[in-house]
Design a protein around this ligand. Structure first.
Ligand code: SF4
Length: 343
């Protein structure tokens, strides 16, 4: 498969009155064409900052790219001017957000918003743009698309608004779709429909997707490959099978343990990872997960572990991978593995 997007050693900080918030600290990953890469982690892990940096959406100041490269189809995005980036944003790389109400213009008809996006990037006459907008609304499953073109965002349900956002994002046949928690605000039925739609787009249009989420259930349904982020770094990465069948990092174990299980008694409590994420104003010296990790050793608090290869593409950044580390029993995660691909 061809690599369409490559992020190398990306570091992004925010300069605040309180000091430098090190939101992303040396992140490296790639996206192949026609695949879904899920970036997963709790709030504050740096996943949204990473994709917003790819799109150059973060204001500078306070955001600042400290280090790293972002290569899209041979173009180095960090070097592009705002004007050059505008030609890529929405045309070649599109983004959908958690809350479509904040991204859609409430004073503009839905059809006009799609048409505006198409005309911004393509030399196309009005009637062809209208036809394309209708086609996109039909493709994302909006009923009576002609009538709905003339409605405003507030006249749509949350799921319908998200479909409109996807229609706008894909109206110019983007190669890459960055989806930041696209289903978090939706009920489970709508969530399943939107996820199925995104999978269809990948299969039928060849769109490569970066899916940002904290929900391992969504990851299980969507991801070809997974990058687990914690404390501004990728702490484990591999294929979906690697992560669900053979997870190696204690943080990944915690995420998988927190997935609901059919075998757990009804009304029972879900597992949670105790503690809170680190303060990125003063990131810990060693492993960022040390304060919450049941397996923490002395070295973990002193030296930050590097990603080490396990097998194939599977890598984990944990001192438990060191040959001299004690052998520990992984928690039972069969319920999580059973959900892989269960759409
Ligand atoms: Fe836990 Fe140490 Fe591994 Fe960090 S490096 S996840 S503290 S065992």
């Amino acid at each position: 498969m061809q690599k369409i997007l490559e992020v190398n050693n990306l570091a992004v900080s925010f300069d605040t009155y309180a000091g430098e918030v090190q939101a992303v600290r040396g992140v490296t990953f790639h996206l192949n064409s026609q695949e879904t890469l899920a970036i997963v982690g709790e709030s504050g892990s740096g996943k949204s900052v990473t994709v917003q940096t790819i799109m150059k959406l973060l204001p500078n100041p306070p955001a600042r790219i400290k280090n790293g490269t972002i290569n899209y189809n041979g173009k180095e995005l960090t070097k592009l001017t705002d004007k050059q980036m505008e030609r890529i944003r929405g045309k070649e790389i599109s983004m959908i957000f958690q809350d479509p109400m904040t991204s859609l213009n409430p004073t503009m008809k839905v059809g006009d918003q799609i048409i505006e996006g198409i005309k911004k990037h393509e030399k196309i006459n009005q009637s062809d743009a209208v036809a394309r907008a209708l086609e996109m609304l039909t493709m994302v499953g909006i009923p009576s698309p002609k009538e709905n073109m003339a409605r405003y965002p507030h006249q749509f349900s949350g799921g319908m608004r998200q479909r409109v956002m996807i229609a706008i994002a894909l109206a110019c046949n983007s190669n890459v779709l960055l989806a930041d928690e696209p289903t978090t605000a939706l009920d489970v039925t709508m969530q399943a429909q939107i996820l199925r739609l995104m999978n269809d787009l990948k299969d039928n249009l060849g769109t490569a997707i970066v899916l940002i989420t904290h929900d391992m259930g969504v990851v299980a349904q969507m991801a070809d490959r997974i990058a687990v982020m914690y404390g501004g770094k990728i702490v484990e990465t591999g294929t979906a099978e690697d992560i669900f069948y053979n997870p190696q990092h204690p943080y990944t174990w915690g995420l998988l343990q927190s997935m609901p299980s059919h075998s757990k008694p009804r009304g029972g409590r879900l597992s949670v990872i105790p503690g809170t994420p680190p303060d990125m104003l003063t990131p810990p010296k060693g492993c960022a997960f040390a304060a919450r990790c049941l397996y923490c050793m002395n070295i973990c608090k002193e030296v930050d572990p590097e990603l080490t290869l396990i097998v194939g593409e599977h890598q984990s950044a944990c001192w438990l991978q060191d040959p001299s580390a004690p052998k520990v029993d992984r928690p039972k995660l069969d319920h999580a593995a059973r959900q892989l691909g269960g759409m």
